[in-house]
Design a protein around this ligand. Structure first.
Ligand code: GAR
Length: 191
């Protein structure tokens, strides 16, 4: 019997991965997206959630870090698992304690390389290029108190050509993200 789950998706920007997740779980028999949250009122991902009729919430740094308000919203929405999809703030300890091993993140490189604070978006791909890597990819990992250091759940790789620009690398990595994130979330919940 599959475990049923209600996901909260946290995002800070475009939300292209979030949209793939909304779409994949739209008519899923046991997993749904119950809430979308952002630190950024202008995040495009919030508009994507509204199109899927998913409730949204936004919060300030103070609400997130210094109160239980966000945790209370998650409880009210009966959220069982948290998915980070381009969310750029560190998750506070109250959420990590409330959702042990139940928070997942996607990182656009092969951790432990090219991770840590400040490593997001095009900066990651610029660093991959500068290091003359011949491969890069994506990492899905559980979230703990440290940036990008939780247990690795899944990685997929792609080649980097010497002629690739950071933008070209970003495109290859994004294609991997869109292909794998929804299905790997499903396997993570119901192995
Ligand atoms: C994704 O590439 C994701 O891996 C990255 O932000 C992008 C969000 O894109 N996350 C990180 O860099 C976390 N350190 P999206 O908003 O279009 O899904």
């Amino acid at each position: 019997m599959n475990q049923s789950a209600r996901l909260a998706v946290f995002l800070s920007g475009t939300g292209s991965n979030a949209e793939k997740i909304f779409s994949y779980f739209k008519d899923h028999p046991s997993i749904c997206v119950g809430l979308v949250l952002s630190n950024n009122l202008e995040a495009q991902g919030l508009q994507r959630a509204i199109k899927f009729n998913i409730p949204t919430r936004t919060f300030t740094k103070q609400q997130f870090r210094e109160s239980d308000e966000v945790l209370d919203w998650l409880k009210e929405s009966e959220i069982t698992h948290i998915v980070l999809a381009g969310f750029l703030w560190m998750i506070p300890i109250n959420l990590i304690k409330a959702y042990p091993n139940r928070i997942i993140n996607i990182h656009p490189a092969l951790l432990p390389k090219f991770g840590g604070k400040g490593m997001y978006g095009i900066k990651v791909h610029e660093a991959v290029k500068a290091a003359n890597e011949t491969q890069t990819g994506i990492t899905l990992h559980e979230v703990n108190e440290k940036y990008d250091e939780g247990k690795i759940i899944f990685q997929a790789t792609c080649n980097v050509l010497s002629t690739d620009t950071p933008e070209l690398i970003a495109g290859k990595v994004q294609a991997l993200e869109h292909t794998h994130y929804p299905t790997e979330i499903e396997k993570w919940i119901n192995p």
